[in-house]
Design a protein around this ligand. Structure first.
Ligand SMILES: C[S@@+](CC[C@H](N)C(=O)[O-])C[C@H]1O[C@@H](n2cnc3c(N)ncnc32)[C@H](O)[C@@H]1O
Length: 130
């Protein structure tokens, strides 16, 4: 549907439902390919696998079928020296996150959502790693 309104050229005052054509035609999306015919895949989870806490690494979630989860929410370890952190190098840390998020992606249904809480660790000076 081609909506008539569009976003303001500076800032945004309220959440609205505008025609987003200009935004998606911008250079930001020039290399972005949108597939036309995406098949929605959703697998069922056995009842006995539900309502349980699995105390293990999310790198491997074999108990849960692929394409079965609609929403994943996480606050991943930030590798900043907390009790549960392992003092990983940047490369090791990024590889851990890649393994975990690959695994999460496999478990999500087509178009499933991932909510990721990113740390604000309040360090001074704040040195960005990547
Ligand atoms: C930033 S904390 C989040 C704490 C959580 N919001 C809570 O209230 O308990 C990161 C958590 O991820 C857990 N964790 C670390 N590596 C993990 C992994 N490979 N798979 C799953 N959880 C992991 C840690 O034990 C820690 O509890």
């Amino acid at each position: 549907m081609n909506k008539k309104t569009k976003t303001t050229s500076f800032g945004s005052v309220v959440r609205q439902s505008h025609n987003s054509e200009k935004f998606y035609n911008s250079k930001l999306f020039s290399d972005f390919k949108i597939s036309e015919n995406i098949e929605f895949i959703e697998s069922e989870i056995d009842e006995d696998k539900l309502d349980k806490i699995y105390c293990k690494s999310s790198e491997n979630m074999d108990e849960i079928p692929d394409n079965s989860i609609h929403l994943m929410i996480t606050s991943p370890p930030y590798n900043v020296g907390k009790e549960y952190d392992e003092d990983l190098t940047l490369d090791e840390y990024l590889k851990l996150l890649q393994r975990v998020f690959k695994s999460c992606h496999e478990k999500l249904v087509t178009g499933g959502r991932a909510c990721i809480n990113i740390a604000n660790i309040g360090r001074k000076p704040y040195i960005i790693l990547v």
